[in-house]
Design a protein around this ligand. Structure first.
Ligand SMILES: *[C@@H]1O[C@H](CO)[C@@H](O)[C@H](O)[C@H]1NC(C)=O
Length: 255
């Protein structure tokens, strides 16, 4: 089972301005109170932890952790608040029930589109110029816009895996429930070698492969085209000459 650690949270942010801001007037202060309700899912709903946090001006002052079962103050003021909330029997029963009444139902309800979300990557190989070294550059495999994050990318050279000599970025979350990762080969590509980038991901039934070969040298291909044209010209010249001579001989013999 995969490990899902979600913070399904009701986030309430309250910003109180010191004075109603009039046009062109400086704010006398910003006071911010945040209440956060977090659900931590460890191995699905096998182990669930509920954490309720209260933060004033970026400082957490009191929190409830379902593993502990009571409010705990993080500052002297928070200790006063914790003592008060812990004395409210109904409030505490409600808080202790949040794992089963709030977290678990949310997990079940959002499973189809969060836990089971699968987006296959788009994979491409490109030749990027190397800034530090001259030459043809380096091969980059771009694995884009997949979900969830776990992914395996391998480089192959003529079917042989290249387990080393790669530079891998972290899997980058794009912030829109998709991720990307880039894998660069350290050594420059060689001629007449096929390079493959192979991606394995939970969204794919089979590994996805892209292949790359050095395009033919343009100077050499131009020479080849020139030589080919010249040979073709010679063939037509020989044919034309042969036809002409044949006609001439035939004409001469009949006259
Ligand atoms: C995850 O939970 C399942 C039951 O839901 C259990 O069989 C499995 O051993 C657990 N895996 C881990 C790594 O704890």
């Amino acid at each position: 089972m995969e490990r899902v650690r979600g913070a399904g949270a009701v986030l309430a942010v309250l910003v109180v301005l010191g004075a109603p801001p009039a046009a062109g007037e400086e704010l006398s202060g910003v006071f911010q109170e945040i209440g956060k309700s977090e659900c931590h899912f460890i191995n699905g709903t096998e182990r669930v932890r509920y954490v309720d946090r209260y933060i004033y001006n970026r400082e957490q002052y009191v929190h409830f952790d379902s593993d502990v079962g009571v409010y705990v103050g993080d500052t002297p003021y928070g200790e006063i608040q914790a003592r008060y909330w812990n004395s409210l029997q109904e409030w505490m029963e409600h808080k202790r029930g949040q794992v089963d009444n709030y977290c678990r139902p949310n997990y079940e309800g959002s499973t189809p589109f969060i836990v089971n979300r699968r987006v296959p990557p788009s994979v491409s190989i490109s030749l990027v110029p190397s800034s530090s070294q001259p030459g043809p550059g380096r091969l980059l495999c771009s694995v884009m816009d997949f979900y969830p994050a776990p992914v395996q990318v391998r480089w192959f050279q003529d079917g042989q895996e290249l387990p080393e000599h790669m530079v891998v970025t972290d899997v980058v979350p794009n912030g829109d429930w998709s991720c990307q990762v880039l894998v660069l080969l350290e050594s420059p590509p060689r001629r007449e070698v096929t390079y493959s980038c192979q991606v394995e991901h939970v969204s794919l039934e089979h590994p996805l492969s892209r292949h790359w070969e050095m395009p033919p040298d343009t100077v050499r291909s131009k020479i080849l085209v020139g030589v080919g044209g010249f040979v073709l010209g010679l063939v037509f010249l020989a044919l034309g000459l042969g036809f002409y001579l044949w006609e001439k001989i035939k004409g001469g013999s009949s006259a």
